[in-house]
Design a protein around this ligand. Structure first.
Ligand SMILES: [Zn+2]
Ligand SMILES: [Zn+2]
Length: 315
């Protein structure tokens, strides 16, 4: 798929994971993200091979390729000091990597969890063990992308140094990458509101972690101010980072060449297409006519209100 920007939303898998590529296509996404199962529980059914094949065929037909991305469910905590939770988390994680492989998905975004007060070093040991174990035992091509966190108490990987240290400690690094979430970075204290602050934050990311690890970017604004340490997403441009901040983020050479995923559920102020169009606009890139046509068709269809009323946020 050759587009000047790869922008899309987190799409629902309601009715089956194979419905997701259609939803992405209808919304004029040039990249998209899914959960492969209900993200709010521990239980899940195995992925049917027909369902997986249908998903792969649609991804191929629409030309998404590696631009179909998966996000881990919310409950697993790969840094947990609690043996039971840790083992459950490890099993979920292993299963997600397998599922992503079956779906032909290249990138799986994971949260780094919470050490629950046991300290960063203790959490890191657990987390690194989990990633090493899964990468060395699941034989597929799925990359594990470590997502920077929002600075919540005891969270792992809110500072760029933490992410660098985690990567450094891994024995198996050939299927590792980083997902940069703008909202999380901002809540964790990295300013992104102006050209100077965006340049400085991204320079810092490059210096400490390295752009070579960056593979996906989550484009979310923040409902909380700089450094508040809380993870509350806002539609792009409508929060504390604001349109000026995103204009600079989206015009940054390194950021804009990666898949850009929006993770804010539809509400009365913005729906998916509105968010996607906003990214193209702030990036200063003329969208291809074919996408504009798809947006128009979607905005006049009944599907527009689909997913309205969904509670909570995505990833
Ligand atoms: Zn995110
Ligand atoms: Zn996430």
């Amino acid at each position: 798929m050759g587009y000047p920007l790869y922008v899309g939303v987190h799409v629902s898998i309601s009715g089956g994971v194979s419905n997701a590529p259609d939803r992405a296509y209808e919304r004029g996404c040039t990249a998209f993200q899914i959960f492969t199962r209900n993200p709010r529980g521990w239980k899940y059914k195995d992925l049917g091979s027909d369902e997986a094949e249908l998903f792969r065929n649609k991804v191929a037909r629409y030309g998404y390729g590696n631009l179909a991305i998966s996000h881990m469910p919310y409950l697993p905590n790969l840094s947990s000091p609690d043996e039971r939770i840790y083992n459950l988390s490890l099993e979920s994680f292993r299963n997600e990597v397998i599922r992503a492989g079956l779906l032909g998905i290249k990138y799986l975004v994971i949260h780094l969890g919470s050490h629950m007060g046991a300290g960063f070093e203790a959490g890191k040991k657990r987390l690194v063990k989990a990633i090493d174990q899964v990468i060395s035992s699941v034989d597929n091509d799925v990359y594990i992308l470590l997502e920077n966190m929002a600075g919540q108490k005891n969270s792992m990987g809110s500072r760029f140094e933490d992410i660098a240290e985690i990567i450094d400690s891994l024995s198996f690094k050939d299927r590792i990458g980083v997902c940069f979430d703008t909202s999380h970075a901002f809540s964790a204290g990295y300013d992104l509101r102006s050209k100077d602050s965006v340049d400085e934050t991204l320079r810092e990311f490059d210096r400490v972690v390295g752009f070579k690890w960056l593979m996906v970017v989550h484009i979310n604004d923040s409902k909380v101010d700089l450094g508040k340490g809380r993870d509350i997403h806002e539609h792009v441009g409508l929060g504390y980072i604001g349109e000026d901040g995103f204009r600079c983020i989206l015009r940054h050479d390194v950021i804009r060449k990666h898949p850009l995923i929006l993770e804010t559920p539809v509400d009365e102020r913005r729906e998916d297409v509105g968010n996607i169009m906003k990214v193209w606009e702030l990036a200063g890139v003329e969208p291809p006519e074919e996408l504009v046509e798809r947006w128009k068709a979607f905005l006049t269809s009944e599907k527009r209100s689909y997913a309205k009323g969904k509670k909570g946020g995505w990833g």
